[in-house]
Design a binder for this molecule. Structure first.
Ligand code: PNS
Length: 165
């Protein structure tokens, strides 16, 4: 049986920690669908189209990974894809409570869908999209933490008038 996992997230922006999780996931699953949430409560800095482009480029070398977007309930999307699992990365204890709540809510909504947590390399255990944005916004060096294209795109966003998040 082909086992497909959905790796959902905001990916605003994707980090090397996310890519590390995808690289680990492809060793476990036949297919990974990276699913970017379309209408998050919090407004994203990078538009959905840019986030999709960046991710597609970043996973271009992985034949069993595709990048899509979704809205509505994650479990509904997982079912639509014919997937069996949700992959989420766990960096530290601080991630645990939020992830635990989401995993159990998703289990209640979709008892047939399993959430699988994976730990990224310790080299990325402190890397978050939020901190990367802050570092770039304040002129710091985020090289090595995100794909180079992310730094370019974030700098362009922050250079545009009115973008200070
Ligand atoms: O990268 P993020 O922001 O931590 O990802 C959060 C995400 C997209 C996984 C989460 O917000 C989500 O699944 N949203 C879809 C709505 C949903 O299904 N909510 C109920 C289950 S918790």
């Amino acid at each position: 049986m082909k086992v497909t996992a959905v790796y959902p997230g905001t990916f605003d922006p994707v980090t090397n920690g996310h890519l590390d999780i995808i690289g680990r996931g492809v060793r476990l699953f036949d297919e990974i669908i990276v699913a970017i949430l379309k209408n998050a409560d919090k407004e994203a800095l990078l538009p959905l189209g840019e986030r999709m482009e960046i991710l597609k480029t970043a996973v271009a070398g992985l034949p069993n990974v595709r990048v899509e977007s979704f809205d509505g309930l994650l479990v509904d999307y997982v079912r639509t894809c014919g997937a069996q699992a949700i992959v989420r990365g766990l960096r530290a204890l601080s991630d645990f409570e939020y992830e635990f709540q989401m995993a159990l809510m998703n289990r209640r909504l979709g008892p047939d869908i399993e959430t699988v947590f994976m730990m990224p390399s310790e080299a990325y255990s402190y890397v978050s999209s939020r901190l990367v944005k802050e570092v770039v916004r304040l002129g710091g060096d985020a090289a090595g933490l995100v794909p180079p294209e992310v730094v370019t795109r974030l700098r362009a966003r922050y250079a545009a008038p009115g973008k200070r998040r």
